[in-house]
Write a protein that binds this ligand. Structure first.
Ligand SMILES: NC(=O)c1ccc[n+]([C@@H]2O[C@H](COP(=O)([O-])OP(=O)(O)OC[C@H]3O[C@@H](n4cnc5c(N)ncnc54)[C@H](OP(=O)(O)O)[C@@H]3O)[C@@H](O)[C@H]2O)c1
Length: 333
């Protein structure tokens, strides 16, 4: 049993972060949220992970995003987050929005990795046990698995709320047709979709076609993940792949093959605009993701406190001129 640390959160933490209502709900989220997909697993340094969470909370990041499979090993990010909470944040649960998800491969056999009722019900119980939490604030269907009827998945999410295991529900990466069906079923059941979670950054803009407006139509908030394209939209890969970066780590999701000379040339041009704005590229990429008022929050990752500190400074300069936006579009096209 770990004893509580003497950590005291910064008293001015709520002055350091803007908050925004999540769709048509009464829940506010910080403009920048923190995700635990990488850097919080059993292969990572728990002290660094703890320092990142403390720094985040001290700067008004109240929302922490998990999933059953985050690690590696899968499940270990939830275990580590649970340890960090227990040792440092006793008494602060009501100041946090903690989300988890199920639907990707997690355990062996036919029930360990799709969006069936069997998987979701078992998964939320496992995630609650790993984190030591009594409930999640938000529980997501992590993906549409292309087989399980949306009706089955969504009814399970609704039942999870009715069982008191989650306060709100959301969907992630659903194609527009399935998203619309999910929104409709949830609305009819009186458990509306709080939030929709999709990849969105300067390189990956597919949601601009339909998903973003669809979520708004149904009153769902929208949270953008990988706003830095896993680190490509920073200056870190401008001169090759640094040791210990996500692209260099054997268990990183970012593959070296994704860092092409063409992409780096684009990053170089974007970096010039960021410099003219007096920002780092990471800060400009975050501001760009947040420029659409329908985006409630951006979920970033960080492997150090230094990165988080750098990224949070995006909040000091969020606005773009039309010329800057046009220049960015021209570079991206
Ligand atoms: N729903 C889904 O299916 C889904 C999928 C993916 C992610 N997500 C969520 O979104 C969260 C964020 O995703 P992400 O980690 O890909 O986000 P990201 O913010 O695009 O990338 C984060 C990574 O970029 C690098 N980085 C960050 N700030 C930097 C800086 N200032 N300078 C240089 N490098 C910097 C770090 O990698 P290094 O290791 O290279 O330092 C960091 O781990 C996840 O944790 C998860 O909660 C959800």
């Amino acid at each position: 049993m770990n004893s509580p640390s003497d950590y005291q959160p910064a008293s001015d933490r709520y002055d350091r972060m803007p908050y925004k209502y999540c769709g048509k709900s009464g829940l506010q989220l910080p403009l920048i949220s923190l995700g635990l997909w990488h850097n919080f697993g059993s292969v990572d340094d728990l002290k660094i992970a703890t320092d990142i969470i403390k720094y985040a909370f001290d700067h008004g990041i109240t929302h922490f995003d998990l999933a059953n499979n985050y690690g590696p090993v899968p499940g270990s990010a939830e275990i580590n987050f649970g340890k960090i909470l227990k040792e440092n944040f006793q008494g602060y649960r009501d100041e946090m929005i903690i989300s988890s998800k199920a639907g990707h491969e997690m355990w062996a056999g036919p029930y360990g990795g799709n969006s069936s009722r069997k998987n979701l019900m078992a998964s939320i119980d496992q995630s609650l046990r790993r984190t030591g939490l009594g409930y999640f604030d938000i529980f997501y269907s992590h993906r549409y698995d292309s087989v399980t009827p949306v009706e089955e998945t969504v009814q399970t999410l609704i039942d999870i709320v009715k069982q008191g295991k989650a306060l709100y529900i959301g969907i992630s990466k659903y194609p527009p047709q399935q998203a619309r069906l999910a929104y409709e079923i949830m609305a009819k059941a009186g458990v509306p979709c709080l939030i929709s979670q999709y990849r969105y950054n300067m390189f990956e803009r597919a949601i601009e076609k339909e998903n973003l407006s669809l979520a708004a139509e149904y009153g769902s908030g929208f949270i953008a993940f990988s706003p830095l394209a896993q680190g490509i939209l920073t200056d870190k890969y401008l001169n090759g792949i640094p040791e210990h970066s996500r692209a260099a780590r054997p268990h990183g999701f970012l593959q070296p093959s994704q860092i092409t000379p063409e992409k780096i040339e684009t990053v170089r041009l974007l970096n010039e605009i960021a410099c003219q704005r007096g920002q780092t590229l990471a800060q400009m990429a975050l501001a760009w993701t947040l420029r659409d008022q329908r985006i409630t929050s951006a979920i970033i990752g960080a492997s150090s406190v230094k990165q988080l500190k750098d990224n949070l400074q995006a909040l000091n300069h969020l606005a773009f001129t039309t010329k800057e936006l046009n220049d960015i579009d021209r570079i991206l096209s």
